[in-house]
Design a protein around this ligand. Structure first.
Ligand code: SF4
Length: 419
């Protein structure tokens, strides 16, 4: 139990499986699964699955400045055996606590030794226990390509955390890592996925390789890297390695150091949130990173979401006629989402859209009406300049920086977002 407590606690800083690091307040009560390292993610088919999220070990030979498990920290070091993790997974699964496993790890002894232990765990679960639930494992940078291949044949998803967006930042805080070492396993996983895709078109029983794709994580706020630098790195990763997801993790200061933010610095959660919104725009709204941020504007305005900010900078493109704009242009309108843009395109084939129809099509009118024309008529306030629009969209900015792990009733992120 002690190992489980230490290693699941350490794993909460790894967000590359879509789980949240937020703790519930009912310590010792029921319904609080985070204490036992249980988190949630979405499987390839869109189902939400609960996972045992743990490290294999926190005994690391690396000394990344931002990490609680770095070798120079005087902390309790523990490691699971492959057999122990497999037993936990099977027992938790039988009790209906979990449906799968997210297995991350520090680098114990060497990258190859750690990767071999991960594979051993996978083999016990898949081959001996015949466990076919969702499994997400780390690909350890620096491990032999043959080991990455073996893990890829057994896992559903793999991730290599690049953590920092530039080579300079890695040199500063994680000098034992390098872009080359991080990108090699990513490239290998992409190649494996592509090959299997090609083979599955030819053969009925093609082997599987990382069927749920690969992901990564970047830390926000540990270095002076701008949002632009982080978003450009993410865009590059999506394009080069066809990643399924890039996760952003607001830096929680766990160590003191000359190159690190002060230990009292609050995790930049709102900045993390804006990066997730921008990431969404890259993946589903066909925005390019260079449309959202520029050399003149290196960071997101925290008061407005990135799409609204883009609209403020491009007011000359508005208002847009709902009955004429193509799908790509509809997606650029604040208040119009992917679903509502699809509905508009579909509805127009049947009959012209009237202003009264817009709400029924899912458009958020309190945002959209300043940016659209419907049947040639404008329904917003005339002659609005950027400043006027900004006041309307956010009359009293009341965003505040919240604590990630020490939430009270009054300040919890959830209670704020329900207002
Ligand atoms: S390799 Fe991973 S676990 Fe080890 S110090 Fe770096 S970030 Fe932490």
């Amino acid at each position: 139990m002690e190992k489980l407590t230490v290693l699941t606690e350490s794993a909460k800083y790894d967000v590359s499986c879509a789980s949240s690091g937020i703790e519930k307040r009912n310590k010792g009560g029921i319904g609080n699964s985070t204490a036992a390292g249980i988190c949630h993610t979405w499987a390839a088919d869109g189902r939400c699955v609960s996972l045992l999220k743990t490290l294999l070990t926190n005994d690391c030979i690396f000394d990344c400045a931002y990490c609680a498990n770095r070798s120079s920290n005087d902390i309790k070091r523990v490691s699971f055996t492959a057999e122990e993790i497999a037993t936990l997974v099977i027992e938790f699964y039988r009790r209906n606590y979990i449906e799968g496993l997210f297995l991350s790890s520090a680098i114990e002894v060497s990258p190859n030794a750690t990767m071999e232990k991960i594979i051993q765990t996978l083999k016990i679960l898949r081959n001996r226990e015949r466990f076919y639930g969702y499994i997400h494992v780390k690909a350890i940078p620096g491990a032999d390509p043959e080991l990455i291949r073996q893990a890829g044949e057994l896992a559903d998803r793999m991730s290599v955390n690049i953590e920092l967006p530039t080579e300079e930042s890695l040199k500063l805080l994680a000098p034992q890592k390098s872009p080359k070492k991080l990108f090699l396993p990513m490239a290998q996983i992409k190649k494996g996925i592509d090959e299997v895709k090609e083979e599955s078109g030819k053969y009925k029983y093609a082997p599987k390789f990382v069927p749920a794709g690969q992901s990564t994580q970047m830390i926000v706020g540990a270095t002076a890297d701008s949002d632009r630098s982080i978003l450009f790195a993410a865009e590059n990763l999506y394009k080069t390695f066809s990643l399924k997801r890039v996760y952003y993790s607001a830096y929680v200061p766990v160590n003191a150091g000359a190159n690190l933010p002060a230990i009292q610095t609050a995790p930049p959660l709102l900045r993390e949130h804006r990066l997730y919104q921008a990431d969404w725009l890259l993946r589903f709204y066909k925005f390019e990173a260079n449309e959202l941020l520029s050399e003149q504007e290196m960071n997101f305005d925290l008061d407005y979401d990135p799409k609204m900010n883009w609209a403020f900078r491009n007011l000359d493109k508005f208002p847009i006629e709902i009955n004429l704009a193509d799908y790509a242009l509809l997606l650029r309108i604040p208040g119009v989402g992917v679903q509502s843009a699809r509905r508009i395109v579909h509805q127009r084939k049947i009959s012209p859209i009237k202003y009264e129809d817009l709400k029924k099509l899912g458009i958020v009118m309190k945002r959209a009406r300043y940016f659209i024309v419907c049947g040639g008529k404008y329904f917003g306030e005339k002659n609005l300049e950027v400043e006027g629009l900004k006041r309307i969209m956010n009359p009293k900015p009341n965003y505040e920086q919240l604590s990630l792990f020490n939430l009270t009733k009054e300040t919890s992120f959830l209670s704020m977002s329900m207002r």
